[in-house]
Every structure is written in structure tokens, then in C-alpha cells.
Design a protein. Structure first.
Length: 540
């Protein structure tokens, strides 16, 4: 790895402290387990970097898989921002390259505290408890300053004492202080307990009026020179598979005048490219007013893009302004063409609304629409696939001279959602092939995502801490699906089989691997949603 001048080409939108403000500097390496171009595009990574680099007495160096800033000789803490399960290989490699013991339990007094945050760790950190000392569960705005202050305060303590003290802070999870019991090595988890740390760790929620925005603008990010503003956090819709909603609730909407407009004005001083981000941006109660604001002549040179919008919130005004400000297409998640399936997953969207959103987009001057869906959703039958084919065929006929594509992933269960108990549908690959064949015949641009990777994602999303051994071996054998199968074969008799984690339904499990970690939505509410979904499956 080398230093490069990519860092010098950045426009940094804040003033780092460079460790000033304290006589005893805390040296931190903050890693993203992928290349610079990908990592610097992550708003979550940018925001935590800014938090770290703004704290007095903290000196932070950024590390990506291809480049890094000058690294300190003596490091107090190494952090990972982790948002994509399949980057696990790079976490292990980065630890190795830094010369840090891979197993947390083998780390000596001179080695740094290894910590991590981000959606994957906040949902289910268990498969990574072999490697990390501390997980930050929840919003960085709340956790990062508290964690750093605690590290400064506990600097003189030995490692064990340090971890014990950290574990008492809300939202900080130290897995080595928890006992996980199984009836046998190949049985599910039966209990999780701790005599030294809180029995439940509560995810922390930030409630300030200012959400995140870019800390850095660069031509070398995946979205070139973009300034990103988080318009909403979470989503109130609660589609039953959706981590972006359940894990991050409550839905938060900063005010337009007091927060969003000042942030946008700051960003537009350094770049004309503006991205409005969030799980459901058009549901911000003042979104139309924000669009009116950006529709003014003074912003005629601005290039505006938004993340996925809900079909029934795409108004002619929003679509026209997006087209006028340089967006070519909009992205809409429909999940399925089947009304029945949309009810099962709690997607409150009618066929008319989907068709209407297409016409709104076509009439506005946009030139395309990207639709997204899923195969293998719990309760899905081949009739539901037929309904998806019929819907896309009809949309394609209506969308003359308009680019229409349909991206399709496999349902992957996520912790803390009502569908956490469902396994990946073993027929999902066949279903994707079926859709591909039928939609190809209709001339629909079909873009399936890899089924094999969904299997690995599910393993990590639903894994307990025994899966850490699988990750180590799979990475040694190259990280492909084949290497995971080989790892499970070698560990036979020591852990449950791959099928248990990935494909089996867990309705009867008394203890989920993340039972000791509290998300945003309480268990009775998750169960209520699950029962409602199941009642609709039976009615079918
Ligand atoms: S509308 Fe989209 S972001 Fe919101 S809960 Fe449903 S899938 Fe998630």
C-alpha cells in the first residue's frame, strides 16, 4: 500500500483538529474495507471520519484497501465502517496488514482496541465477534464522541479493565464479555448472558435536527464531485424485510430552513453536484418545498439526483425538477408485481400507483426508470412471479421510447426485522432464471443480482459467533461460495450446517443470535408484523 495524492485532491469541508487540544493524543486508524473510490462515497464513513477528526486530542488516519494516510507507529484504536457483508474479506486482510492479531482474544496489551460500526454490525455483529473488541450499535453522532472520550479516560488501564469499563456505556457492545450457550456444538444458540456487562445492549439513536452531509468532495468518488445531504433517516413504511426501516426507526426529518437549506448552501459553494439521500427522501414532509427551492433560477447549473423514491410520492413537480436539474431516471422499489405479495411484505403500493409513477416520469422529461424487486420473498408462489411478469410486460408496452429496467435481488433475512426468522428460498435462483427467460421474451431489461452472494450475505446476516471461524477459513480459500462450502465441510460436527443459517426457517428458535442486542422495534411489534404477514400467506 502507498500514500497517494488522492487525499490532497479532496475538498475537505471542515477543519480537522490533527490531534490538538490535548497533551495525550489518541492515535486512531479509521478503515473502510474496500477501495478509496468506494469508501469515500459512503456518507456513513465520511461522517464518522469527520466526527473523529473534529475531536480534540484525537488524531485519525484513514485506511482503505488501496491507499492510506500516513499511519502512526503506535496505535490506540482501529475502527471499521462496515456496510456491505461481502467486504468481510477485507476486514481480515486489513487487520493482518496492520500486524494486529486476528483473534480479539489473542490481542496483547500493546495492541489497539479494534472497533466497528455501520448497519451490518448494528444489525448483527456476532459473526465478527471473533475479530473485533467493541461494536458501536446505532448512530455514530451519539456513539463516536462518547467512545473516544472513554478511550482517552481509560488509556492507562490494562486491556481487560478497559473493555470492562467500555461495556458499561450504553450502545457499546463488547462480545468477549458475553457467554453464548448451545446444547451441542451443532445446535442453535440457547442462551446468551453476561456477569460483567449489561444483559441487554440498547442501540443508540441520534435525535438532533441536523443529519449528515458530505465532509469531503472529490472527483475520485464513485459519484464524481458529489455533495451528499441526508434528507431523512429511516423510513416509516416498515416493509417487513427492510433493515433500512426497522433498524433505524424512528423516522427523522430535519427542518428545511433550520438544517437542510443551510447544508445545501454550504455544499453548493464547492460543487454544483447535489445528491439527496435517505431511505425514503420524498416522504420528508417539506420535500415539495425543498424541490421548489432547488427549482429557482439561481440553481440552474446544479445537477440534482435523489436516491430511490416511493412510487406514490413521485409528483409531477418532483419529476419535472429532477429532469430539469440533470437527472435522467428515477429509481423505484416495487418489490413484486403481485398485490398479494406486496400486502404480505407490507408494501403499501397499488398497481395503479406504479403505473401512474411511470407516466409521471415519462411526462416530466426523464428518460428512464429503474424498478427494483425481489425473488424468494416468504409466501411467494409461481403465480406471484407471473404477476410480476405481467406487470412489467404492461409497463414495457406503456413505456415506448423510455428506458425501463428491472433489477431483482434475492430475499435475504435481516436481524431485527419481522422476516428475520425466514431463510433464503432455495428456489430463488430458479425463480430468477424463470423471470429472466420470461422478461427477456418481453424485451424487458432484466438485471438479476447474484444468488450465490445472497447466500453468503444471509449467512453473515443471521450468523452467530461460530460463523467467525467460517469467515476465517472461507477467506483463506478465496472467499467464493465454494470456499464457504469447503469451510463448512471442514468444520462439520463443530458448528451447524450452512443450511441452518441460510435456508431454514427459525420460527421455533427460543434464542436468536442477537437476542441480547436491542434494536429500535420491540419484539411484540416484530411478532405482530410477522403474524399479520403469515395470516395473509394462509389466506392465499
Ligand atoms: S419503502 Fe423502501 S425503505 Fe421504506 S420500509 Fe419499504 S423497502 Fe424499506
Amino acid at each position: 500500500m502507498q500514500h497517494t495524492n488522492l487525499f490532497q485532491e479532496e475538498k475537505v469541508l471542515f477543519e480537522p483538529t490533527y490531534g490538538q487540544g490535548s497533551s495525550d493524543v489518541l492515535e486512531v486508524i479509521y478503515a473502510f474495507p474496500n477501495e478509496y473510490t468506494i469508501g469515500i462515497t459512503s456518507l456513513g464513513y465520511q461522517v464518522v471520519w469527520r466526527l473523529l477528526a473534529s475531536l480534540p486530542g484525537v488524531r485519525v488516519a484513514r485506511l482503505f484497501t488501496d491507499i492510506h494516510e500516513p499511519l502512526p507507529a503506535q496505535v490506540d484504536a482501529v475502527g471499521f465502517s462496515f456496510s456491505w457483508e461481502l467486504d468481510f474479506v477485507h476486514v481480515i486482510t486489513q487487520l493482518e496488514n496492520l500486524g494486529i492479531s486476528l483473534r480479539a482474544e489473542e490481542r496483547g496489551e500493546e495492541e489497539p482496541i479494534v472497533f466497528g460500526g455501520g448497519p451490518v454490525f448494528s444489525a448483527n455483529p456476532e459473526p465478527f465477534s471473533l475479530f473485533l473488541d467493541v461494536f458501536l450499535l446505532g448512530d455514530g453522532e451519539e456513539l463516536v464522541p462518547t467512545f473516544m472520550q472513554a478511550l482517552q479516560q481509560f488509556k492507562g488501564l490494562d486491556r481487560k479493565q478497559k473493555l470492562l469499563r467500555l461495556a458499561q456505556i450504553p450502545g457499546l457492545y463488547v462480545p468477549s464479555l458475553y457467554e453464548v450457550d448451545y446444547e451441542s456444538p451443532t445446535s442453535p444458540v440457547v442462551s446468551i448472558s453476561s456477569s460483567q456487562a449489561p444483559s441487554l445492549v440498547q442501540k443508540q439513536t441520534y435525535r438532533g435536527n441536523k443529519l449528515s452531509s458530505s465532509s469531503v468532495v472529490t472527483a475520485h468518488s464513485a459519484w464524481e464531485n458529489i455533495f451528499m445531504v441526508e434528507v431523512v433517516r429511516s423510513c416509516p413504511e416498515m416493509c417487513r424485510f427492510c433493515l433500512a426501516s426497522y433498524l433505524t426507526l424512528p423516522f427523522r426529518t430535519p427542518s428545511l430552513e433550520g438544517s437542510l437549506i443551510p447544508l445545501i448552501q454550504e455544499g453548493l459553494k464547492v460543487t454544483p453536484r447535489l445528491g439527496l439521500l435517505g431511505a425514503s427522501v420524498t416522504q420528508h414532509p417539506e420535500f415539495e418545498s425543498l424541490i421548489d427551492y432547488l427549482d429557482q433560477d439561481e440553481f440552474s447549473e446544479v445537477h440534482l439526483s435523489v436516491s430511490s423514491v416511493r412510487a406514490n410520492t413521485l409528483t409531477p413537480k418532483i419529476a419535472r425538477t429532477l429532469a430539469k436539474r440533470g437527472s435522467k431516471s428515477v429509481t423505484i422499489a416495487v418489490e413484486s408485481g403481485s398485490e398479494r405479495l406486496r400486502q404480505i411484505i407490507n408494501k403499501k403500493l397499488s398497481a395503479e400507483e406504479i403505473h401512474q409513477s411511470l407516466h409521471t416520469a415519462m411526462d416530466s422529461g426523464l428518460t428512464g426508470m429503474k424498478l427494483y424487486g425481489m425473488a424468494g420473498v416468504p409466501g411467494e408462489t409461481f403465480e406471484d412471479l407471473e404477476a410480476t411478469i405481467a406487470m412489467l410486460t404492461a409497463l414495457k408496452k406503456e413505456a415506448k421510447r423510455f428506458r425501463l429496467s428491472f433489477g431483482c435481488s434475492t430475499f435475504v433475512p435481516k436481524a431485527h426485522t419481522p422476516f428475520q426468522v425466514y431463510g433464503v428460498d432455495a428456489k430463488a435462483e430458479k425463480k430468477l432464471q424463470y423471470l429472466a427467460k420470461a422478461l427477456h421474451k418481453q424485451g424487458v431489461d432484466f438485471r438479476p443480482e447474484s444468488y450465490s452472494w445472497s447466500v453468503i450475505q444471509a449467512l453473515i446476516a443471521r450468523g452467530d459467533r461460530r460463523v467467525g471461524e467460517v469467515l476465517l477459513k472461507a477467506r483463506e480459500y478465496g472467499g467464493s461460495l465454494g470456499s464457504f462450502k469447503r469451510a463448512f465441510k471442514e468444520l462439520k460436527g463443530q458448528i451447524p450446517p450452512l443450511d441452518f443459517y441460510v435456508h431454514e426457517n427459525w420460527n421455533d428458535l427460543s434464542c436468536l443470535p442477537w437476542n441480547h442486542l436491542m434494536g429500535s422495534v420491540v419484539e411484540p411489534m416484530l411478532n405482530k408484523h410477522l403474524l399479520d404477514a403469515q395470516s395473509k400467506m394462509i389466506l392465499a
